[in-house]
Design a protein around this ligand. Sequence first.
Ligand SMILES: [Fe+2]
Length: 420
Amino acid sequence: MQTVGTLGNEVIISRFQSIRSQTETICKPLLTEDYVVQPIADVSPPKWHLGHTSWFFETMILKRFYKGYKIFDPAFNYIFNSYYESIGDRLLRTDRGNLSRPSVHQVFEYREYVNRHINELLTGKLDLETLTFLEIGLQHEQQHQELLITDIKYILGHNPLFPVYAAKKKQDTGFISADIHFLEIPEGVYEVGFNNGGFYFDNEKPVHKKYIQKFKVMDRLITNRKYLQFMNEGGYRNFSFWLSDGWEAIQSQGWKAPFYWMEKDGVWHEYTLSGLKKVNPDEPVTHISFYEAEAFANWSGKRLLTEFEWEVAVNFLKPEIRKGNFIESGNFHPVPSSGNNRQFFGDVWEWTYSAYHPYPGYRRAEGPLGEYNGKFMIGQLVLRGGSCATPVSHFRTTYRNFFQPDKRWQFTGIRLAENY
Ligand SMILES: [Fe+2]
C-alpha cells in the first residue's frame, strides 16, 4: 500500500485505546433517544457512527489480518457499510435513522468486541500493510469524531428545546484584536502537498510545484460583527454579490443568515452546543456555505484564497502561532481571536475557491481504500485549516477537507485575500 504513509507499531498501540475511547466520550452527554435520530440525509445518527467505525476496523483489518476472526454479526455489513461498492450492497444513506435495531446497547457491545480483537492483534508482530490499515482505521475514526460533533449539533439544534450538550467554557479574553491586518506573501514557485514523515491521505500527494502570484492574506477570520454588517447592508438581497447557483440557493432555501442563527425580539441568537445564546460579534462566523463565503468576499471587495495560497501562506507563519482551537479545547465552537493566534488552525474550516481535484500524478489505490477519497473528486470545493470539532492529532497543514458548496452543517468560515 504505497499511497499513504504510516506510523510505527508502538505509536499505533498507544493511540488505538485513546482514540476509540474518545469517540465514546463524545457520546457521553447523549440520551438513548439522541442516538437514533437522522433529521436529514447528511446527518447520520450517532449510533450509526459508532457501528460504522467498528465495522471499518472489522472489515478492513480484522477480516484481513486476524486469523480465524469470527464476525460479530454478518448482517452488520449491510447496515454499516457507508459507500464502499467493492464491499457489497448497503442500506440507503437516507434510511440510517430507521435502524431502531440493533439497540444502542448492542452497538456498544459490537465496539467492545472489535476493540478486544484489535487489542489482541496488536500484541503480535505486525507487518507494514497491517500497520497502515490500522492507522487508516484510526484516522477514519477521528474523521467520524468530527462528524459526530456536527451531527449531534444538528440533531440537538433542531430540537425546539435546544438542549445543552456541554456547558460553555470560560474563555481566555486576554487580547482581542478588532483590527485585521494583511500578511504579504511574495510571488514564487512553491511546493505544495505532504512532504513530512507520518500519516497522510492519498489526496495530499504527490508533492508538486505551483506558481503563486503575490497576494495579501487576512491575519484573522471574518467575525460575526463583520458578517452582520454584510447582512444589515443587504448582502442577502443584492444579486450582484452572488454566483448564479448561490443566488438560486438562497432563494430556494430562504437563507437570510448563517445556519443555526435565529432572530428573537430583534436580536440575533444562535444555537451552539452550549445552548441557544446571543450571537457574539467577536467570534468567527461559522456554518456558512461556500456561496455565502464567496458573496461576502465580493461585498468586501476581496476574494477567497485558493487552497494552494492557503498552504503557502501558512508556511510563512512562525511555528509558535500555529496552535488553534480544536476539539480538545472543549469549546465545540469557534472562539474570538486572542493574542497572536492567527486562527489558520482550528476554529473553522476555511472555504477555498479551489475545486477538489486530484493533484498531478495522483492515482487511486487498488481495492476499497481507492474508494476512500479519490471517487469524490468532482463537484466539491476544498476547505483548509481544521475546526473546533477536529481532533488536533488528525490535522495537518496539507489536509484537504471537501464539501459541496451548499453545505452548512460543518464548522465552516471565511478568510479573505486580495491582490497587491
Ligand atoms: Fe466512514
